[in-house]
Design a protein around this ligand. Sequence first.
Ligand SMILES: Cc1cc2nc3c(=O)[nH]c(=O)nc-3n(C[C@H](O)[C@H](O)[C@H](O)COP(=O)(O)O)c2cc1C
Length: 206
Amino acid sequence: MSTLLIVTASPRGDRSASRALTATFAELWARKHPADTVLLRDVGHHPVPHITEAWVVGAFAPTDAQTAESRAAIAVSDSLVEEFLSADRYVFGVPMYNFNVPSTFKAYLDQIVRAGKTFGFGPTGYEGLVKNKKALLITASGGAYAPGTPAAAMNFLEPYLRTIFGFIGLTDLHFITADSQAQGEDAARHATEIATNALKELAESW
Ligand SMILES: Cc1cc2nc3c(=O)[nH]c(=O)nc-3n(C[C@H](O)[C@H](O)[C@H](O)COP(=O)(O)O)c2cc1C
């Protein structure tokens, strides 16, 4: 029995490709693992706060420098970190915005990438503390960024996600992408079908 945390970042509802694919995977997963706990964190519809000065005080200043405001700001982060660390597996549904993650997802990452909690300092430098966990990253984009094409260099989304999750120790990442969502109905449908089939296969073996 394990805990699956699903984080969705599209601000859209029914029109969102990443949200639809994430929901498909969640359904397949729940069918196959009915005893698992599934947690939902919808930062697309319910954004978490951005980092403030009070947050920085809460995270880094000594106890006697804390204020009611800094304690409240860091309490939000503490509870998001606690939720994050309670999971064994993750599904992130993330649209590409301006070649990277939407700011709502970045705000979430800023809350959970925490010194002493999700990363530390080991004898050889920074050390990720999120070990032995897996993540599925379901991304959606208007264009297509296949490796080897000129557009691939503009895809900061996947390398960024690999970097930031790798930094906290989460290196077992599986990407499924519904690209071409703005390339006409046929291209979008085709890309979504390929992604759906990949999800179905993964739900059996992940
Ligand atoms: C503000 C904004 C920025 C976007 N930037 C990009 C981009 O840089 N590259 C791209 O291929 N598509 C871009 N798109 C298109 C989205 O990635 C595409 O619509 C995707 O399907 C959104 O995910 P969703 O369907 O889950 O909402 C952008 C869309 C919006 C609204």
